[in-house]
Design a protein around this ligand. Structure first.
Ligand code: IK2
Length: 463
């Protein structure tokens, strides 16, 4: 060990298991740790087991620590841990942290004004500006808490089997032929973002075309997710600033010019950030061009039920593509439609052309997940499963979901009427024509900055 570490190039990262080494069960002694440090659970006592790490931190140098609460709190299935980065100065620490956060989020957080308004995050809020926990979710959680057979063990790599089946049914429909034919692979992932990332990593490894087309504009995280997975990102026209509607002709032209096999990200409904969805007739034309060009559709389904208030209506775009027997991927999230933002619960569904392909795809997706996070968290999956499984709870969920969707539609109407009542110049009808929780207001960066400065209203710089 000393020889190999001594021969490693300067700056190389060295992974050291802090204690209770897996798989050998052999840890260095404290004297050996001291020798390791100089080059470049076991005891039942938290402080003793932390000594190796503390020895390195005490010398003032940099290090990274990946911490898990799976074993020492028995929270295997909760997937809870932390990454700590010890830096050489406060200034470096601030830079490491801030790189992952948007400047505008900081500005809003640091604004002391009591009536500031945060319109940055795509998260539903009550009339009081508070997050909403659905009644049906509270009931499901009570049920789980009272069920002493529920444990915190690890889930399989692909998650809770019932959750996967019910999630696939929710998006594909009760009568899905693809599911009957066993050519659908669904794996539980970390909400919509995690599902997109696992899908992107899988495609980067196994799809012949490494180019992905995103709508312009799209959710700000999409380009990062796909680029970091190793795909090259291009855009197709989607929004027409003149009409504040869809640039449908531009979209068809760009998709028509995409190379065969290219991946196309399509938001299933309630497009973020524009709030503009294609009509069903337009979806049909999109389907035809996608299939005729041999493109691979990857649906981002983060808002099922949030657009129209009806789960089936909001799934029509996806079901249209699945019905033609072709391949597609679907990243599904329960953050918005069940209000489970912080539970990080979602699913990646891959619809294949045959049962045989599906079997192979399944085994390869597991190989993507295992080195990323081993297995997904249990709690959110158990909540969703309890609701989807029980017909009374399912019905109550759809009522609460419709309540949220209807309130968003009425808020749009109220905003539009308030703008009109003040005689504001311009046409603001796009506010009520758009759908879902996002509005592309048409305000530019200068106007957005002015709103924040004068009225403490914070929104993304693209309006
Ligand atoms: N896909 C789209 C289109 C989304 O809008 C989101 C969530 N966006 O809301 C958070 C934000 O304002 O950035 C997602 C996917 C991912 O959602 P999640 O990972 O929470 O399921």
């Amino acid at each position: 060990m000393l020889e190999d570490l001594g021969a490693a190039p300067s700056g190389a990262i060295v992974v050291l298991q802090a204690c209770a080494h897996n798989p050998t069960g052999i840890d260095p002694t404290l004297e050996q740790w001291e020798q390791i440090r100089q080059i470049g659970f076991a005891s039942g006592n938290l402080d003793s087991d932390a000594q190796s790490v503390r020895m390195f931190v005490a010398d003032g140098g940099e290090c990274l620590i990946a911490q898990s609460f799976a074993k020492n709190m028995g929270l295997y299935g909760e997937r809870i841990g932390a990454l700590t980065i010890v830096c050489t100065s406060k200034d470096v620490a601030r830079k490491v942290h801030s790189q992952v956060l948007l400047v505008v989020i900081f500005a809003c957080r640091d604004d002391p004004c009591p009536v500031k308004l945060n319109l940055i995050a795509g998260a539903y809020r009550t009339e009081e500006g508070k997050p909403l926990v659905l009644e049906v979710v509270r009931r499901a959680e009570q049920q789980l808490a009272n069920d002493l057979s529920c444990d915190k063990g690890y889930l399989p790599i692909d998650g809770l089997a019932d959750f996967n089946k019910l999630s696939a049914k929710l998006i594909l429909g009760d009568d899905s032929h693809a599911m009957e034919d066993n050519r659908v692979v669904t794996i539980q992932c970390l909400s919509g973002t995690g599902s997109l990332r696992v899908g992107a990593e899988f495609l980067a490894k196994h799809h012949e075309q490494r180019v992905v087309f995103l709508p312009n504009p799209t959710w700000g995280n999409h380009p990062f997710i796909f680029t970091l997975a190793g795909l090259s990102v291009q855009y197709f026209r989607y929004y027409d600033p003149q009409t504040r509607g869809i640039d449908f002709q531009g979209m068809l032209e760009d998709l028509g010019a995409a190379p065969s096999g290219a991946i196309v990200v399509l938001q299933a409904c309630a497009h973020n950030p524009t709030g503009i969805d294609p009509t069903l007739e337009q979806w049909e034309q999109i389907r035809q061009i996608v299939r005729s060009k041999g493109l691979l559709p990857f649906f981002d389904n983060a808002y099922q039920g949030f657009a129209s208030g009806n789960l089936d209506s909001d799934a029509q775009s996806v079901r249209m593509f699945v019905a033609d027997g072709g391949e597609c991927l679907i990243a599904q999230s329960f953050a918005k439609n069940m209000g489970l933002y912080g539970e990080r619960i979602g699913a990646l569904t891959i619809v294949c052309t045959s049962k045989d392909v599906a079997r192979k795809v399944h085994s390869q997706v597991l190989l993507v997940v295992r080195p990323m996070y081993l297995s997904p968290p249990i709690h959110g999956a158990s909540i969703v499963t309890a609701i989807l499984k029980n017909s009374d709870m399912y019905k109550d969920w759809t009522i609460e979901l419709k309540g949220m969707a209807d309130r968003i539609i009425s808020m749009r109407q109220q905003l539009y009427e308030a703008i009109q009542a003040r005689g504001t110049p311009g046409d603001w009808s796009h506010i009520i024509k758009q759908i879902g929780m996002f509005s592309f207001t048409g305000l530019n960066e200068k106007q957005v900055r002015w709103l924040a400065k004068e009225y403490h209203i914070y929104m993304t710089y693209d309006g």
